[in-house]
Every structure is written in structure tokens, then in C-alpha cells.
Design a protein around this ligand. Structure first.
Ligand code: MRU
Length: 360
């Protein structure tokens, strides 16, 4: 993605691997502070996923794969039996960080499978190659999603999106934002309504920043305003990402997605979910069994912001001791989804059949 800083433009991925070191854009400081964070071993990579130094289903998946490559390099001088035990433990550690985005589980399992046959040298090389392949697949899928989804966007469209399913949620380009980027590049006039996405404000902090970097017109709106704009006919299409899609088309995504889908349905606005193969979980028959991450109540009772001297500050919104609940994701039933924008094309209902045909 293009990062414009002080008159200079840099082209960067969200995360990348330099041998045993994983580098990533530190998303906690954005949009006010731009920093690259480094992780020197798989434990630090697990911490980075848990602490949301990076976030978004695609980026979490790639980080999981890179963490496994780091673990393989850390264990290369052990016996074969010890190597396998070390990699299994690393896989568990990485998978325990965040429970909802299935990309993480797919990536870690693929790398673990690569670690279980061949000589030590072959095993290490295979794990590294698998981790790098996952990153390249992520980028290729985002590009194809942009091409397929771009055709759904007409000239002059208002587009509503939730959370951040952009370049920062993947290696680059993203899913929900990729068709928007594509349509903009084709010269279509678009206007993006960006939900702020409380409590962590990924829309306000990350999506708005990405669109600003690309020069794509947008308005930041509070989460509660989405229905208002849909009812007034200012939104022609809703495009969101996903953290996990069940085999029947139920979608787990950032908290608030369900409400947007219901309001879109009520107002006859098409509701599309952009997601790569790695986000589909054919083992989950429906959305019922998907684990929903519950994060700290403090994210609800307070928030980060910049003070007038440019310092990042934590501020309290609610009274000290206010009890709060903080589910990070919700499940949107498949009946509210118009279609899935995937690297294999647009999947239409009945989703049980179209998903199985594309990814079964
Ligand atoms: O908690 P986050 O920021 O990791 O949640 C991200 C989202 O919910 C995105 O919408 C989702 O991952 C789809 S884009 C990969």
C-alpha cells in the first residue's frame, strides 16, 4: 500500500518476513503514529497478534504462518522428535491468541503439516515456503476480489463499509476495500461511508486513513448513522469483510456487522461480504458454533485518542467501575447476504451449494 509521509511516498506491505524476523506496521498507533514493529521469535509474533499490533483476518493468518516459520528456524538444531514437539507447541500458542478469524487456524495447520515429513533441512525449508506461499496467496486473492467486486460498483455509488477490511487487514489491498480501490482506479466516482466501528475504531483509525492515502472520497460516520444514510438512499451497496464464513454462508465479522446487514435488507440495499478461501470454514456447518472473542470491558468504557499536544492518551468515557460487555464479533445469518466476493468469483445463494462448489 502507498504510505504518504512528509512529502515522501513508500510502498509497503502490512507485514513481511526477513529470515527469522517478522516486521509489521504497528496498527495500534495509526493514524497518528507510523511505526514498524519487529518480532524476533514465534512467541513475540503470538504476542503481536494477541495485542493487536496487527489485526484483520488475513494479516492474522499470514502472521500465524510466519510465526510457524520462526518456530521451525528456532528448532532446527533439535532432534526430529523434539522439533515436532516444539512446532506443535508453537502451533497451539499461536492458535490461542485470537479465536474467531479462521485464517489463523488454516495457516498454522498448513505450516504444521509441512513440518512433519522429510529431513530436518527439508522440513524447515517446507515450513518457510508454506508461510511465504500463504502470504502470496493472500495478496493474489485480494487482487482477484478487487477485480470481481469492482464490477458490482457503478459510477456515482455510495458504498458503506464496517471495520477495516482493507490493506491493513491483509498483506495489501484488502477484501472489502479492494473492489473500491479497483472501481476508483477505473475512474468511477465513488463515495465511501466509513463506520467508525467502536470500540477499537478500526473504521475511524484505519479505513479512513487508507482511503485518505489513496485519495478515495469518503465520510466517516458514527456507527449509529448507517441506517439513516441507507434509508435516505445514499448507500447503493454495503461491502464488509469476514473473519469466518460457515459452510451455509453465515458470517462472523466485526461487532455491528449484523445490524448493518439487517438494516440493508430492510432498505433493499445489496449486502456483500468480501472474503478469500482462507476465511471459509467448511467444518462449521452454521455460524452457531463459531467462537466469538470477548475482549476487555475497558475498550468500551474508555478509548485512545490524541490530545492537543499530539500525545496519544487513554480517556475514560464511562464512570469508573462501570460494568461493560465487549463481544468483538457477531454472526450475520446467510439470509441477509446478497453474495460473497471471492477470488473464485461472486458466490450467490443458495450458499450451501455455491460455497461447496467453489471451496469444498
Ligand atoms: O478485531 P479485528 O480488527 O481483527 O477485526 C477485523 C474485522 O472484523 C474485519 O472486518 C475482518 O477481519 C475482515 S477483513 C480481514
Amino acid at each position: 500500500m502507498k504510505i504518504r509521509m512528509g512529502g515522501e511516498t513508500r510502498e509497503l506491505r502490512t507485514l513481511w518476513r526477513e529470515g527469522s524476523v517478522v516486521k509489521m506496521i504497528d496498527q495500534r498507533g495509526l493514524p497518528h503514529r507510523f511505526e514498524i514493529a519487529s518480532s524476533g521469535d514465534h512467541r513475540e509474533t503470538a504476542d503481536a497478534i494477541r495485542d493487536m499490533v496487527l489485526r484483520g483476518a488475513g494479516a492474522i493468518g499470514v502472521a500465524g504462518g510466519y510465526g510457524m516459520a520462526q518456530a521451525a528456524l528456532e528448532a532446527k538444531d533439535l532432534s526430529l522428535g523434539e522439533f515436532e514437539g516444539y512446532l506443535e507447541e508453537a502451533a497451539e500458542r499461536l492458535k490461542k491468541t485470537r479465536p474467531t478469524a479462521v485464517n489463523l487456524f488454516h495457516a498454522v495447520d498448513r505450516c504444521l503439516a509441512a513440518a512433519l515429513s522429510g529431513s530436518m533441512k527439508e522440513r524447515v525449508e517446507k515450513v518457510e515456503a508454506e508461510a511465504d506461499a500463504i502470504a502470496e496467496e493472500d495478496l493474489a486473492a485480494s487482487k482477484r476480489i478487487g477485480e470481481h467486486g469492482g464490477g458490482l460498483i457503478g459510477d456515482g455509488f455510495g458504498i458503506l463499509t464496517h471495520c477495516n477490511a482493507g490493506a491493513l487487514a491483509f498483506i495489501d489491498l484488502g477484501t472489502a476495500l479492494s473492489p473500491i480501490r479497483f472501481a476508483h482506479t477505473q475512474g468511477k466516482r465513488v463515495h465511501v461511508f466509513v463506520d467508525e466501528t467502536r470500540p477499537r475504531c478500526q473504521g475511524a483509525r484505519l479505513t479512513a486513513w487508507e482511503l485518505q492515502q489513496e485519495g478515495i472520497p469518503y465520510s466517516l460516520i458514527v456507527d449509529n448513522a448507517a441506517g439513516h444514510f441507507m434509508r435516505r438512499g445514499e448507500v447503493d451497496i454495503v461491502i464488509v469483510g469476514a473473519d469466518r464464513v460457515a459452510a451455509n454462508g453465515d458470517v462472523a465479522n466485526k461487532i455491528g456487522t449484523y445490524e448493518k446487514a439487517v438494516v440493508a435488507h430492510e432498505n433493499g440495499v445489496p449486502f456483500y461480504v468480501a472474503a478469500p478461501r482462507m476465511t471459509f470454514d467448511m467444518k462449521a456447518e452454521t455460524g452457531e458454533g463459531i467462537e466469538i472473542e470477548e475482549r476487555s470491558p475497558e475498550e468500551v468504557t474508555g478509548m485512545w485518542g490524541l490530545d492537543d499536544e499530539g500525545r496519544q492518551r487513554w480517556i475514560m468515557i464511562a464512570a469508573e467501575g462501570t460494568p461493560a460487555r465487549n463481544p468483538s464479533f457477531d454472526v450475520t445469518p446467510a439470509k441477509y447476504v446478497t453474495g460473497f466476493i471471492t477470488e473464485a468469483g461472486i458466490l450467490r445463494p443458495p450458499f450451501g451449494e455455491s460455497i461447496l462448489k467453489a471451496f469444498g
